[in-house]
Design a protein around this ligand. Structure first.
Ligand SMILES: [Fe+2]
Length: 466
């Protein structure tokens, strides 16, 4: 018997390969299916089943390409609305793998159709593949498919069911800490047991449905703008090209950019700041959540070209973008930035500024701080007079109007999002933009700038003509 967890580190999504008697099932396959195929080849397994616990809203499913590569049968919960060929799963249904059984438990909440899978070895339940229901330390978000309160009420009933499982049953979650699908106390660990969760989980031991609904809905981060689109795509997921993307020389890339494509540069933010092709967008793909950041800031329908420090890194960046539904990766800039400069094309730079220097400029009224954290982070504490422009509101950029002589400085909390946001501002024509690359708004306090709380972010002002 075999149970493997395959994590997508960028999105903090967990998927599973379960096998017995040479027959395997893959549960919640991620977009990049190579690891499942590698494990199956290595252990001489036949992937006979691909199972989804729900229609995902945070990543593109790899089920169609995995089924095409293996001939596996696809299973989805009844009521999923999926349009690709599949067998619907209902409460109590069983998928058999040798002497192992995966039994379907209807567990609505995160999504109405959601199911969990209880794995039993020769009749003995030993592992819960929980999907997005019970997670380690917390529960899944209830607001991605439905009204948050209705979702939380349904999830409460589902968790009561799961709470009947024995102490020694392992909990294998659909997400780990860092995912946008989980609650605020989601653990960075990858496996637990029902007994551990009964002792430590933030929400499992709450006394009644009202306190559970309150705990789950009080501090929900903003709903990612890509969620509805991903649900729609995941009802009939694409197969993708399968191969690597074409290498494009700098002059061809320039022509694509002239026609409206966006160059996404996956190098570390500091390297991007030093030099990049003018108009390029900075998406540090060596740090977690690159796909999620891109999904918040960029239109997923736009054609893209990717560039990175190596061909391998560019390929990983392309996969990270496709994994959140960017369908239009046209190719890779051959040779990255050195290839671009060698073709005689110009470079651009973005200046960074320390938190200390920013604090001094704010005191002197010489800078406008553009705070690109999300609205909930702003509400907990922001610098007075700063402008709230979350990544998901970057579409407002054409209307951004600043006082003459005051230079914009972009900051977030750690310097990860500020790189992306500053590149978008420069792309929109604010070539005088600077950014805080190390640290961010919370660090201003140590440099004498008080943060104030408040729910109403100051929206960017619009030109009268807009
Ligand atoms: Fe989910």
């Amino acid at each position: 018997m075999m149970l493997r967890q395959i994590l997508n580190e960028d999105l903090a999504c967990a998927s599973y390969l379960v096998a017995d008697g040479g027959v395997a099932a893959v549960v919640d396959p991620q977009w990049d299916v190579r690891e499942y195929l590698r494990i199956a080849r290595f252990h001489r397994l036949r992937i006979a089943h691909v199972v989804e616990t729900h229609v995902h809203a945070d990543h593109l499913s790899g089920r169609a390409r995995l089924a095409a590569a293996t001939g596996a049968a696809v299973h989805l919960p009844a009521g999923s609305g999926a349009a690709d060929p599949h067998a619907p799963l209902d409460e109590g249904d069983v998928i058999a793998l040798g002497g192992l059984e995966l039994r379907v438990l209807a567990t609505p909440g995160h999504r109405p159709e959601h199911i969990a899978l209880l794995a039993a070895d020769r009749g003995r339940p030993f592992a819960l593949l929980a999907g997005d229901s019970l997670q380690i330390g917390d529960a899944a978000r209830p607001d991605l498919a439905t009204d948050a309160v209705a979702g939380a009420r349904a999830l409460w009933a589902s968790l009561r069911r799961l709470d009947e499982l024995g102490d020694d049953v392992e909990l294998w979650p659909g997400h780990v800490g860092g995912s946008l699908c989980g609650g605020s106390a989601l653990s960075g660990r990858t496996v637990s047991t029902l007994g551990n969760e009964r002792r430590r989980n933030r929400v499992l031991g709450l006394p009644d449905v009202e306190s559970f609904v309150g705990a789950l809905t009080e501090r929900l981060p903003p709903r990612p703008p890509t969620a509805s689109r991903l649900v729609r795509l995941n009802r009939n997921p694409p197969h993708g090209s399968g191969g690597t993307r074409p290498r494009l020389d700098a002059r061809s890339v320039q022509r694509l950019l002239d026609d409206g494509a966006i160059l996404v540069d996956g190098r570390p933010g500091e390297e991007f700041d030093r030099a990049h092709p003018p108009g390029a967008v900075s998406l540090d793909a060596g740090r977690p959540g690159a796909g999620t950041r891109a999904g918040r800031a960029l239109d997923p329908e736009l054609p893209l070209v990717v560039s990175a420090e190596s061909d391998g890194a560019a390929e990983r960046l392309a996969l990270a973008l496709e994994a959140v539904g960017f369908g239009g990766v046209l190719g890779v800039l051959e040779g990255g930035l050195p290839g671009w400069l060698a073709a005689g094309l110009p470079g651009a730079a973005i200046e960074s500024i320390s938190v200390d220097a920013l604090a001094a400029e704010l005191r002197r009224g010489e800078a406008t701080l553009i705070d690109v954290r999300e609205a909930d982070e702003w509400a907990r504490g922001h610098a007075e007079g700063s402008l709230s422009l979350p990544l998901s509101a970057m579409g407002m950029l054409p209307w951004l109007e600043l006082e003459d002589g005051v230079r914009p400085v972009v900051a977030c909390s750690t310097g990860l999002r500020s790189g992306l946001a500053a590149s978008l501002l420069a792309r929109a024509g604010r070539h005088d933009v600077r950014r805080v690359a190390a640290g961010g708004v919370p660090d201003l306090v140590a440099h004498g700038i008080a943060l104030v709380a408040g729910d109403e972010p100051a929206a960017p002002r619009r030109h009268a003509a807009a």
